[in-house]
Design a binder for this molecule. Sequence first.
Ligand SMILES: *[C@@H]1O[C@H](CO)[C@@H](O)[C@H](O)[C@H]1NC(C)=O
Length: 294
Amino acid sequence: MIGFLTLAVIVQSAFAGNLVEVLQNDGETTLIALVQQTGLADALLGGEFTIFAPTNAAFAKLPQATLDSLSKDTTALANILKYHVVKGSIHKADASNELQLETLAGTKIRFNIYNHNHAVTVEGSNITHFDLTASNGIVHVIDTVMMPPTGNIVDLVAGNSQLSTLLSLVKTAGLAGSLQGDALTVFAPTNAAFHNLGSHVLHNLHSNPELLKEILEYHVVPHTEYSAGLYNREHLRTLDTRHDVIRLGVSHGAVTVNKKGHVIQADISATNGVVHLIDHVLLPARNHLSSILG
Ligand SMILES: *[C@@H]1O[C@H](CO)[C@@H](O)[C@H](O)[C@H]1NC(C)=O
């Protein structure tokens, strides 16, 4: 005998349509076209899945060079699409801050939930519509296409030519190990930012690994903070020994750190957190630092 509840579920599921039909009804036509182009549609209908579905506008935001190279590389495109799919039905209510879920691409996506504005992000992409129910899963709509990270934060720093000074200082300070821990945010000063300190100060930093470690740890926050979750006048505790705070300014999407630093590239995902590039080296406000730096 079919119970009332079971019947209700069957009726609702039949009404909802399958995952592809739900995407169709919601207008995610670019995603559907790419899913069909890469031959993933059958797979999506052959099981129960949760899809983080970028809108057409999200795909349109991708740099032209990325679109061009993906149009020539079906394997890479399929990998990116699989990075948006998780096995089973994951509802909004199942998400928690820093929860990581394995995707069909093998790499994980990370949820963040921000209390002050109730934003829920996956790899920093804002979820704009939650819990669209399909007969074989769930769709959440996101505003930005997620790119699978290629490594952890140290790998990311090592792979970015603007961050070679930071990489060398991280090694000098013996900090590479702790930057491989989970759930970190790094405000990463570029080579130009370190250059602006002047060669005298840089020399002092290189010859004082303790101080250098303290200063570098002042750029690291022990949880992930993507830009969708940052707010004006927010204070974030850092990893330095006194857990000194950095102070954020957010205005029209532009983010400053301690007033003088500007985030010049935000939301670069790593497997263990996120990196924001900044144009200024941050210094904890402590008297004894000025003599060494001056
Ligand atoms: C994120 O999406 C929510 C809807 O879920 C919306 O209210 C909010 O303004 C969005 N936030 C950002 C930073 O885009």
